[in-house]
Design a protein around this ligand. Structure first.
Ligand code: PLP
Length: 407
């Protein structure tokens, strides 16, 4: 089937949940994605922060080939060789103690909310009130099933599905006074992204993070860091929370963990982890041998000397180049981000910029209507950054608030 036929067929057979870019992706290699016409795109979207090692990474392919011929799936009623070593590695890298393996980011959030409630019930059984509230942060995104959705800020995602899970309260972004006001002994957990991804690459300030940590400690609530988008090397550190030396009780990871295979993890401090006992939580596919073995290889590559330093270096170059661009182009209102999670907030809608960039052979995404978000593979090189910035110059010049924008 050709592109037009596929587009036409999708219109009739898929539940219409996605607004797609006009690309029929057929293969990828390194930082490049190729469409059905052989046109190549330098990928600054990275499968929405999934393809951290780019496409067709030879070491990942080798592991995948071998394991898929050995043991593709085995039930969680049995042992296999890769879950425990993966959990051990994730625990070591995060400073936490135990791991539950799930499939998607949403599912990890969902499990963390359950864990927080179970922990509260176990440790505070005799309180005269229910301790089940979750404090989330305005502008956050944590997923789309009921628990995770309840903690996700944009109304457009939540409204059509109400009533949602009760007990979620939103705290104003970086507003420490509001955080303190919102806190009470009813709070079971604070759930936050150290850098909000879907929200437009918005960093939580150190003072806000420290206050959240301190309030959680003082009230025996769990501090849950959702590192599904900003974690696993994206910012040039293994975890974004490490920049501030935070000590979360629970950390969530997903997207790039198994290089494109679905795998997520809830990492928890010992006492929090012990709130679950056999039967309280589970999943059929979570932590299968193929995903775990691939994830072990992903982490091994991220841990290699110099890998994360390169992410910081190329990320720093990226930011410096965007700053140069901003000096000439007032249409760039603000730059945000860390490492290879960068964003340029525009004074105009970003949709047409994304389309024009696509025509020029660059894949990126616009979130919040006017925020160009860059989540390239972590193997990106300086020269790729330069190519993008060069291509963006005329596009953004044409998108200036004064200039006519194409629809
Ligand atoms: N949490 C964050 C911070 C995310 O960015 C996302 C997805 O974009 C999710 C949770 C949900 O993950 P998934 O789409 O794998 O369910």
């Amino acid at each position: 089937m050709n592109f037009d036929q596929i587009v036409e067929l999708e219109k009739h057979v898929l539940i219409p949940t996605y607004d797609r870019l006009p690309i029929l992706a057929v293969r990828g290699e390194g930082c490049y994605l190729y469409d059905d016409r052989g046109k190549k795109y330098l990928d600054f979207l990275g499968g929405l922060a999934v393809n951290s090692l780019g496409y067709a990474h030879p070491e990942i392919l080798a592991v995948m080939r071998e394991e898929s011929e050995t043991l593709l799936h085995v039930s969680n009623l049995l042992y296999h060789r890769f879950q425990a070593p993966l959990a051990e590695k994730l625990a070591r890298l995060s400073g936490l103690d135990r791991v539950f393996l799930a499939n998607t980011g949403t599912e990890a959030t969902e499990g963390a909310i359950k864990l927080a409630r179970a922990y509260a019930r176990k440790h505070h059984p005799s309180e005269p009130f229910e301790r089940y509230e979750i404090l989330a942060v305005e502008n956050s995104f944590h997923g789309r099933t009921f628990g995770a959705l309840s903690a996700t800020w944009p109304e457009k995602y939540r409204k059509p599905f109400e009533p949602l899970v009760p007990g979620v309260k939103f705290v104003r972004l970086n507003d420490v006074a509001h955080l303190r006001e919102s806190f009470s002994p009813r709070v079971a957990a604070v759930l936050l992204e150290v850098i909000q991804g879907e929200g437009g690459v918005v960093e939580l300030q150190e003072g806000f993070l420290r206050a959240a940590e301190e309030l959680c400690r003082a009230n025996d609530a769990l501090l849950v860091c959702d590192e599904i988008q900003c974690g696993l090397g994206r910012t040039g550190r293994f975890f974004a929370f490490q920049k501030f030396g935070l000590k979360p009780d629970v950390v969530l990871v997903a997207k790039p963990l198994a290089a494109g295979l679905p795998l997520a993890a809830i990492l928890a401090r010992e006492e929090a982890a012990q709130a679950f006992s056999p039967g309280m939580h589970g999943t059929t596919f979570g932590g299968g041998p193929l995903q775990c073995r691939v994830a072990l290889k992903v982490l091994e590559i991220l841990e290699r000397p110099g890998f994360l330093a390169r992410v910081r270096e190329v990320g720093g170059h990226f930011r410096a180049q965007l700053e140069k661009l901003q000096r000439d182009l007032p249409v760039i209102r603000e730059l945000r981000g860390e490492g290879l999670m960068q964003a340029a907030e525009l004074a105009v809608p970003g949709k047409s910029v994304v389309r024009q960039a696509l025509e020029a052979g660059f894949l990126m995404n616009c979130t919040q209507d006017n925020v160009l978000r860059f989540l390239p593979p972590l193997i990106l090189e300086r020269q790729h950054v330069d190519e993008l910035v060069e291509a963006l110059k005329p596009i953004l010049a044409g998108a200036s608030p004064g200039a006519a924008t194409r629809g």
